[in-house]
Design a binder for this molecule. Structure first.
Ligand code: PLP
Length: 464
């Protein structure tokens, strides 16, 4: 058979996308205060803003939507969903939520609070916000190579175990109610965590009796990377690898909008009965009754089906290869991308892409705006807009300045990817004429969603 990896599906239903002119896009981005979250989606040609909730569902998932049981309590769809989650995670209590952050909100309300410290290989933005909102400190402990965007390493998502042990010794185990491990590690580039690292993280935490929770949004992509890159796993099924990953966890939070291939949904699963009890009480107040948790019965049914499909190895091979193909095409033209490419996105290294723009003039934001102007492409800055801070009146930049091009699951074909890569290469060619940005408005939490910007004058405002 040909070595070419093709989309492992055919298309049954199509949705048109809108073509716009450069002049139109200039007006649209100005009206959106240069924040791509504030654009109308209809004004975007290829949307790489996120892989969250943007997947194309399969015909079987749509059939499951029709078959969903909308009973308030004891819905058949819930039991189907619960069985599927237990089968993969082995965790005892499964609590549906409307998306991942609702599960996080419950976990940190129940387990977090003032004075507590939550370690994670790297907190995702909503996770950090929920930890901090509860009054706890969110501590990121990525391995050093995670910050070297040009350096290849197979498992850049790993937790730095030396720093984790130092942290436990410094703050004391009593202040650490749980430790999180994000698989794949989204904020450092969708990079996988090795089984060895998951196992060793668990072993270290066990010594101090600290529970381990997986932020499991992309567990299937992570499991596939383990199969490809970690010795001893090449002949195991992705499902068995996923099961082993979860076997080290005492609980997990999940955004089903990622690796459950649905447009809305999430869950919390855990082993501790008294924590599950507390979580359910909170769930009833904020999300809904424990057998639907903020979702319709049909959503639970579609999730159950999606959790099955996502572990199909032909799907995962196509998924991971299409991201890699995108990254390779950019690298061939010299565009600085984070290597290796991760599971769900290609990340541009904005520091190397726009060396003339300092972090406080938001080089990632500058690239994002330019990609929209060039090709109607929507990406997201993951850098100082998202993670930068004002500390005592001084600007503290993020560790990395990245632009994420997250690829929705099963939505775009190879020619969409080729078109996008060419637009990015065009912007790279004229990079010395791209201006920096200043933030003119920002809210207290999760500022990247609603902040306003304006372009700086390239000649006057940019320090050399
Ligand atoms: C998306 C995501 C979340 C939050 O999930 P939502 O469904 O968007 O609320 C948490 N952690 C990680 C790693 C994510 O990618």
């Amino acid at each position: 058979m040909s070595p070419i990896i093709i989309e492992p599906f055919k298309i049954k239903s199509v949705e048109p996308i809108n073509f716009t002119t450069p002049g139109y896009r200039r007006r649209a981005i100005e009206a959106a205060y240069y924040n791509l979250f504030l654009l109308k989606a209809d004004d975007v040609l290829i949307d790489f803003l996120t892989d969250s909730g943007t997947a194309a569902m399969s015909s079987k998932q749509w059939a499951a939507i029709m078959d969903g049981d909308e009973s308030y309590a004891g819905s058949r769809s819930f039991f189907k969903f619960e069985d599927r989650v237990k089968d993969i995670t082995g965790l005892s209590y499964v609590i549906p939520t409307h998306q991942g952050r609702a599960a996080e909100k419950i976990v940190f309300t129940v387990m977090g609070g003032p004075g507590k410290v939550i370690p994670n290989n790297t907190h995702f933005d909503t996770t950090r916000a929920n930890v901090e909102f509860s009054g706890s400190d969110a501590v990121d402990l990525p391995i050093p190579s995670a910050l070297e965007t040009g350096e290849y390493a197979p498992f850049k998502g790993d937790m730095d175990l030396d720093r984790l042990e130092d942290l436990i010794k410094t703050v004391g185990r009593d202040r650490i109610p749980l430790c999180m491990l994000t698989v794949t590690n989204n904020s450092v580039g969708g990079q996988p965590v090795s089984m060895k690292n998951i196992r060793e993280t668990k072993a270290l935490l066990s010594k101090y009796e600290i529970p381990l929770f997986l932020d499991a949004c992309r567990f299937a992509e992570n499991a596939f990377f383990i199969k490809q890159r970690e010795s001893g796993y090449e002949n195991k099924s992705v499902k068995d690898i996923a099961r082993e990953m979860f076997s080290y966890a005492d609980g997990c939070t999940m955004s089903a909008k990622k690796d459950a291939l649905v447009n809305i949904g999430g869950f919390l699963a855990l082993n501790d009965a008294s924590l599950a009890e507390k979580a359910r009480s909170l769930l009833i107040m904020t999300e809904g009754f424990p057998t639907y948790g903020g979702l319709a019965g049909r959503d639970l049914d579609a999730m159950a089906q999606g959790l099955d499909e996502v572990l199909d190895e032909n799907y995962l091979k196509y998924r991971i290869r299409s991201i890699e193909y995108f990254g390779e095409k950019l690298q061939k033209s010299g565009v600085p991308v984070l290597v290796p490419t991760g599971g769900h996105a290609v990340f541009l290294d904005a520091k190397r892409f726009l060396p003339h723009i300092p972090p406080d003039a938001f080089p990632g934001q500058a690239i994002s705006v330019e990609l929209y102007l060039e090709g109607g492409i929507r990406s997201v800055e993951i850098g100082s807009v998202m993670f930068g801070k004002e500390v005592d009146g001084h600007f503290k930049p993020a560790q990395l300045e990245l632009v994420r091009l997250a690829v929705p699951r099963r939505v775009y074909t190879q020619s969409h990817i080729d078109f996008a890569a060419e637009a990015i290469i065009e912007v790279y060619k004229r990079r010395d004429r791209v201006p920096g940005y200043r933030m003119t408005y920002s809210p207290q939490y999760l500022r990247h969603f609603t902040a306003h910007f304006e372009p700086m004058d390239l000649n006057k405002d940019c320090p050399s």
